[in-house]
Ligand binder design. Structure first.
Ligand SMILES: *Cc1c(COP(=O)(O)O)cnc(C)c1O
Length: 376
């Protein structure tokens, strides 16, 4: 490093100096190139094997050249209108994001800073801590329920409520949760929201909400009118099958929206994102197919994995957290060697687990075949 460069890299704040860049895991592009002609079974990123609704491809084919050479609508008016109509909310309560990841980072910028605490649960989405660390705030982890033979790991709302202090500026909570796949019921969530002081914003990350089908489980959107400190984030990356497009949104009180709007890059959602996400909303029957596929895949894959003698966390998402009750790294390597991609969980403090998302029946067959070999 030259002297000048050394002086440049000494400049970032202490908080940024301590940050670690996002670890994208395996180089999937290189793996895919090596895997031809036999494709990989990619079960590591929680993408939808069903892809987006057909209306998205029709809209893509109809894109005008002008859509590409003009700047996109910085207000995202049409997409917000479509979201507002679908969810019975006011477009003034919506902020669009380049994926919900961007919105989670902006929420940290908007509401936390050095010396503040950002609260989340143990075993929650890695971006929550990043959002805090990037602004010099301290992530505080409330203990999750430990795993027992009968019980999965999962958020403990009492522990989360107990961990709220005068320095808590933001609470992040995913429902259903990544990476555990577990979920919270409507009533327990409502009780938690009432326990938290009204001046502390609570972010409910609903990236997987479309997969919820357990009795008593529901989106928190319905609680927002009564609790202006509630912020709900959503994404087109999971059930809508548009992870490559990078579109997410949040619903919040217009006062909160105004704070995030000051920070948001004006053209954060590209023109294709705006048009294609709007098209995706026009075909709700696709979501019904996605949900039915997930429910069937969840039942089949859970049964097959349990038959192999491993612990499977109950899930309300499009993936399973599987506990092998020993170091999962050699298992993960054996799967990769057979072209099956899963997600290691060491970074989440769960070295005995792998996270595996639902694929098509052929993907599951390859996974189970490879696992049977790896577990011998
Ligand atoms: C996948 C995921 C997201 C979505 O990220 P995008 O940036 O919208 O693709 C958000 N939260 C959780 C918990 C996730 O697993």
């Amino acid at each position: 490093m030259s002297n000048a460069t050394a002086r440049i890299v000494a400049r970032p704040t202490a908080a940024i100096a301590r940050l670690k860049a996002y670890d994208p895991g395996h180089d999937l592009v290189a793996l895919r190139a090596r895997a031809t002609p036999q494709a990989l079974a990619e079960l590591g990123s929680n993408e939808s094997p069903l892809g987006p609704p057909a209306a998205v491809f029709e809209a893509l084919a109809a894109i005008s050249p002008e859509t590409l050479w003009r700047y996109p609508d910085p207000r995202g008016g049409l997409l917000k209108r479509a979201l507002a109509d679908q969810h019975g909310v006011d477009p003034a309560q919506i902020v669009l994001g380049n994926g919900s990841h961007e919105l989670l980072m902006l929420l940290g910028q908007g509401f936390a800073g050095p010396g503040d605490e950002v609260l989340c649960s143990e075993f929650s989405f890695a971006v929550f801590a990043l959002s805090a660390l990037a602004v010099g705030a301290t992530p505080v982890y409330a203990p999750a329920n430990p795993r027992s033979d009968a019980m999965p790991r999962g958020h403990a709302l009492d522990a989360l409520a107990n961990a709220v202090s005068e320095r808590t500026r933001l609470i992040f909570l995913a429902n259903p949760n990544n990476p555990t796949g577990t979920w919270l019921g409507r009533d327990e969530l409502a009780r938690f929201v009432r326990q938290v002081p009204a001046q502390v914003p609570i972010v409910i990350d609903e990236a997987y909400v479309e997969y919820l089908d357990a009795p008593g489980a529901d989106s928190a959107l319905g609680l927002c009118a009564e609790h202006p400190n509630l912020i709900v984030t959503r994404t087109f990356s999971k059930a809508f099958g548009l992870a490559g497009l990078r579109v997410g949104w949040l619903l919040a009180d217009p006062g909160v929206v105004a704070v995030i709007e000051r920070l948001r890059e004006s053209f954060n959602v590209g023109a294709l994102g705006l048009v294609l996400a709007t098209a995706a909303l026009s075909q709700p029957e696709h979501l019904a197919r996605v949900r039915a596929h997930a429910a069937a895949a969840r039942a089949a894959l859970t049964a097959a994995l349990v038959a192999l003698g491993v612990f499977v966390h109950p899930s309300q998402t499009n993936f399973l957290l599987v506990d092998f009750e020993r170091d999962a790294a050699p298992i993960e390597r054996a799967l990769i060697a057979r072209g099956v991609v899963t997600r290691p969980m060491v970074g989440y403090g769960l070295p005995s687990c792998l996270r595996i998302n639902f694929g098509m029946p052929a993907d599951h067959a390859r996974l189970l075949d490879a696992l049977t070999g790896a577990l011998q």
